[in-house]
Design a protein around this ligand. Structure first.
Ligand code: NDX
Length: 254
């Protein structure tokens, strides 16, 4: 094990991520933002969606970016640093592009704080593991796990970005209404953006071959899978003409 790597934070962090995912499934309640925020007390304070997503996702970019910057004196192109760069690229997009484009409804402050803690903890866990703990053979970039994992990561990110863009185009500026999403993977599933994100993080887990990345992929599957289920139920209730063949998350299956 490389100098500086402590197993305890890695194990505790990974177990906590997996436990949060399982807790989410156990509670089985819709997460009370976006479509499902109506169930909250009307007095709950909220922040505009753009500011909320920016603040919430920022730690997931700043923490790994800071760690990579510290590594600049180390040999360039080490697998751990390159893989952390992929994580950073996702959160660069989510923090600086997605959040500036979103037309979402105001975000409950209580969830914003939880989101910040989550993103800080996850950003720290993935960075710490990849830089201080992970050991890769010299030919890792040629390994089938790395190649297939990065491929899935890129495909998943593409699906996620395209699907989020389809959702945005359903609203004119200032509107907060819901319409039936059409096109892309929405033809097959209600949670197309979530499917893309889940594929992305399982690809990352494969490419990094790491416990923390697997725990995050598992969390994403639980959290976003359940959210896709609640969105699907919401659409069926709201739209009488909702496409009958459309599934929740996995085309033709579920
Ligand atoms: N942020 C990940 N749980 C979350 C914030 C909330 O990045 O305490 C997890 C993340 C956090 C959550 C985070 C972790 C768990 C927390 C939760 C709060 C409570 C929860 C902490 C950190 C918690 C327990 C108790 C278990 C501890 O008005 P609107 O907003 O609905 O508009 C939407 C619009 N839209 C439509 N417009 C017109 N017509 C339609 N039919 C529309 N349908 C949707 O599109 C939005 O503006 C936009 C997207 O909406 P939606 O609902 O499809 O996606 P959303 O959930 O907002 O996610 C946005 C993107 C998406 O790409 C998704 O993949 C990614 O972020 N994401 C989101 C959440 C988590 C995550 C990724 C991950 O785990 N990897």
């Amino acid at each position: 094990m490389p100098l500086g790597c402590q197993q305890t934070p890695v194990l505790v962090g990974s177990a906590s991520l997996a436990a949060l995912g399982a807790l989410n499934l156990y509670l089985a309640k819709p997460s009370g933002y976006g479509k499902h925020s109506e169930s909250l007390m009307p007095r709950t304070s909220r922040l505009p969606a753009r500011a909320a997503w920016f603040l919430q996702e920022l730690p997931s970019f700043v923490v790994p970016a800071g760690v990579i910057a510290q590594q600049l004196r180390a040999p360039f192109g080490a697998p751990g640093t390159v893989l952390l760069g992929l994580f950073c690229a996702h959160y660069f997009h989510r923090t600086f592009i997605y959040s500036m484009l979103t037309k979402g409804r105001p975000f409950p402050v209580i969830f914003l704080f939880r989101g910040i803690v989550f993103c800080f903890g996850n950003g720290f866990l993935q960075s710490y593991y990849l830089i201080y703990c992970a050991e890769y053979p010299d030919d890792w970039f040629k390994d089938v796990r790395f190649i297939l994992g990065v491929f899935l990561f890129i495909v998943g990110m593409g699906i996620n970005i395209q699907s989020d863009s389809i959702l945005r185009q359903l609203r004119k500026p200032g509107e907060v209404i819901y319409r039936i999403p059409q096109g892309g993977l929405f033809t097959y599933v209600s949670g197309a953006n979530f499917l893309g994100e889940i594929v992305e993080w399982f690809g990352f887990a494969l490419a990094t071959w790491s416990l923390p990345a697997l725990a995050f992929a598992f969390f994403s599957l639980c959290f976003l899978g359940l959210r896709a289920f609640h969105h699907h139920r919401f659409y069926l209730k709201m739209f009488k003409d909702y496409p009958k063949s459309r599934k929740v998350l996995i085309p033709f299956i579920f």
